[in-house]
Design a protein around this ligand. Structure first.
Ligand SMILES: Nc1ncnc2c1ncn2[C@@H]1O[C@H](COP(=O)(O)OP(=O)(O)OP(=O)(O)O)[C@@H](O)[C@H]1O
Ligand SMILES: [Mg+2]
Length: 162
């Protein structure tokens, strides 16, 4: 299966991609979001939350490390930007949380590659010269491959740049 690239031309389009991702998520799925400051990681997470029926505001968990939102699945929204060492992940029950039956989105997850579950969907977001965002999803196992397939389907995949 070849994986595709999503192009988003606005924050609203990124949130729509998040809604589509929400429709594809199953319990214990793990998605890492990597990209520059302001690339749109939290924006995508807001769309996921909306798609899961979360009604409260979804903000950046930069200072909290983990924010939890109740929806059709519980959304565990991590931001590891301020975490200094991998062993601090124990303090937030990182591994237990990933397996608690919800769906996890991990901003800056690639800072601690050894701490991530083998099978996760890695999404890299880059800001293009024209200001649009390129989202490159890379499945790191069979579970993530299935998730990506459902995400592309839910997003109404039509081709690069669509
Ligand atoms: N196509 C787009 N997709 C997402 N955000 C966009 C897009 N175009 C412009 N923006 C703007 O870029 C910003 C993205 O901010 P966001 O907080 O989602 O970034 P982030 O990747 O989570 O950054 P941080 O690393 O600081 O957590 C928002 O202000 C949003 O309005
Ligand atoms: Mg963020």
């Amino acid at each position: 299966m070849t994986s595709h690239v999503f192009i988003s031309r606005s924050a609203e389009q990124t949130r729509d991609l998040g809604r589509a991702l929400a429709a594809a998520l199953r319990p214990d799925d793990v998605v890492t979001l990597t990209g520059d400051l302001g690339a749109g990681k939290t924006c995508l997470a807001q769309g996921v939350a909306a798609g899961l029926g979360v009604t409260e505001a979804v903000t950046s968990p930069t200072f909290n490390i983990l924010l939890e939102h109740r929806g059709s699945l519980t959304l565990y929204h991590f931001d590891l930007y301020r975490l200094e060492r991998a062993d601090q992940l124990e303090d937030i029950a990182f591994w237990e949380t990933l397996e608690a039956g919800g769906a996890s989105l991990i901003e800056w997850g690639e800072r601690f590659p050894g701490a991530l579950p083998d099978d996760h969907l890695a999404v890299v977001i880059t800001i293009e010269p024209d200001g649009s965002r390129k989202l490159v999803p890379e499945p790191r196992g069979p579970r993530a491959a299935g998730l990506l397939e459902r995400w592309e389907h839910a997003a109404g995949w039509t081709g690069v740049g669509a």
